[in-house]
Design a protein around this ligand. Structure first.
Ligand SMILES: Cc1ncc(COP(=O)(O)O)c(C=O)c1O
Length: 378
């Protein structure tokens, strides 16, 4: 008799996939180290602040109407995003997090054997979402400065290439592709390839040479093979509600809508997103605090002899020397209540990633790193 794990195993091409391993949660660590130590969660690139006050109010108000299904077309939210970006409503795509847009793109557009190119190490959902539908992930190594190697990615394009991901800034390295390189890449890419610019960390970037890709690539240059993705999970502090959006060709939006579940985004997420998107000036404080926290964190890491990669987002990536693994560092920090992300799953076993927290959290993390690191390298 066959066991249940054999009878109900995923189809053969998925057998070696493992369930997504999220960063360690506060509750899970609390069970291990107990109640006495303060836990600081810096492992998942979340914003350290909660929803904006208007979003929290909107959520409270919407609770009483939860007996009703949300507007399945999410017309008002699409209209608001269109208004804010200058796109038309039919160019706006929504998802239960940017993650679900990535998965729906694969589900709708990819046929067996189609190829999808992305830099590596980069966001884990790219290869996983492609593999899930029997298409072929083509991972192109980052350059020596941990940046997307766009020339090598162009060389990897074939007749079977359906889309190309540019993660900008890149998770987990924090590096970004500048305007000139991004525009030249879009220009050089053949028309049959969809360029997906994943800008989950867009709002944090302050560099002058970082492109506003919706304005410059889609609206300005009028490209009909570019999709730009954003999320409310990071700077807006709404990771727990799950809402992502994007602007791109109306045909791609429609293709995603075809496979999207009827109510994939929920009513609370809808209200919170509507309220947040009108409060963009409040984000400035968060951007400034993030910049200060990242600078402090990078300096402290250099101070203990590490070489963090100069980043542009709300996290810092730290490659390690001498055979030290990111997991060893993460395990040791965990014991003193600080959660960071080992990067073996991202293809960087000798590195870890740490998010910028509130000033208080960042200082606790720095003290912990100063204490723990010498015990690992001696
Ligand atoms: C590069 C990148 N894209 C997309 C996402 C997914 O964001 P969401 O929470 O909207 O699904 C993340 C989340 O960490 C990310 O790092």
């Amino acid at each position: 008799m066959t066991s249940d794990t054999e009878r109900f195993a995923p189809k053969p091409e998925l057998r070696d996939l493992r369930p997504y391993e999220p960063g360690l949660s506060v509750e899970a660590l609390r069970r291990v180290i107990g109640e006495d130590t303060r836990i600081v969660k810096l492992g998942s690139n979340e914003g350290p602040w909660g929803p904006l006050p208007a979003a929290a109010d909107a959520i409270r108000h919407a609770v009483d109407g939860l007996n009703r299904y949300p507007d399945g077309a999410f017309h008002e939210l699409r209209a608001r995003i269109a208004e804010l970006t200058g796109a038309s409503v039919d160019q706006v795509v929504l998802g239960n997090g940017a993650d679900s847009i990535l998965i729906n793109l694969s589900l709708s557009l990819l046929e067996h054997g189609d190829e999808v190119i992305f830099g590596w190490p980069s966001f884990i959902t790219y290869p996983i979402s492609v593999r899930k539908v029997g298409a072929v992930p083509i991972a192109v190594p980052l350059d020596a400065d941990y940046r997307y190697d766009l020339d090598a990615m162009l060389e990897a394009v074939t007749e079977r290439t359906k889309f190309v991901y540019v993660c900008n800034p890149n998770n987990p390295t924090g590096t970004y592709v500048d305007r000139q390189r991004l525009l030249a890449f879009a220009e050089a890419l053949p028309d049959h390839v969809l360029l997906v610019v994943d800008e989950a960390y867009h709002e944090y970037v302050t560099a002058d040479d970082y492109a506003d890709s919706i304005a410059e690539l889609i609206l300005g240059a009028g490209r009909d093979n570019v999709l730009v993705l954003r999320t409310m999970s990071k700077i807006y502090g709404l990771a727990g509600l799950r809402i992502g959006w994007g602007v791109g060709p109306a045909a791609v939006v429609r293709a995603v809508d075809v496979v999207r579940g009827p109510f994939e985004m929920n009513a609370l997420a809808n209200e919170a997103a509507l309220a947040s998107l009108t409060q963009r000036e409040l984000l400035e404080e968060r951007v400034t605090a993030n910049e200060a926290g990242r600078t402090e964190l990078e300096a402290a890491l250099r101070d203990v002899g590490l070489t963090p990669i100069p980043g542009a987002a709300n996290f810092v990536c730290v490659p390690l020397d001498g055979g030290l693994t990111g997991r060893a560092v993460a395990d040791a920090l965990q014991q003193v209540g600080v959660i960071v992300r080992p990067l073996d799953g991202f293809g960087m076993p000798n590195a870890f990633r740490i998010s910028v927290g509130t000033p208080d959290e960042t200082r606790i993390a720095i003290t912990a790193i100063r204490t723990v690191l010498p015990t690992l390298v001696d």
